[in-house]
Design a protein around this ligand. Structure first.
Ligand SMILES: [Mg+2]
Length: 105
């Protein structure tokens, strides 16, 4: 199953659950905040060592992706193309690690 097919599943579920399937159904900013809320939920689950239980880190990572694909599907963004283009862009990108306060290997 590819991302386009997963988006179709997400949109079908969104239709039955009333989460919106068209731009006029949603508030984009609200959907973005909901993606961010899933990031916070993932952090809290990780912080409390709930990795693969209900509401655990693994499930919350899935929520982040589901909400992101839902928004991409509503806005008809070719997210597979965007992801592949961004990976290609990152291949040629260098990060100034010596000026960043972030772990890297
Ligand atoms: Mg969640």
């Amino acid at each position: 199953m590819n991302l386009t097919q997963i988006i179709e599943l997400i949109l079908a579920q969104a239709k039955t659950k009333g989460f919106g399937t068209k731009p006029e159904d949603i508030n984009v900013a609200e959907k973005m905040v909901l993606i961010h809320s899933e990031i916070s939920e993932a952090y809290e689950a990780y912080r409390h060592k709930n990795i693969d239980g209900p509401g655990g880190f693994n499930e919350e990572l899935a929520d982040i992706i589901i909400r992101t694909l839902h928004l991409a599907g509503i806005l008809k963004i070719d997210i597979e193309k965007e992801i592949l283009n961004k990976i290609k862009t990152n291949n040629d990108r260098n990060w100034p690690w010596d000026k960043m306060n972030e772990k890297h290997s």
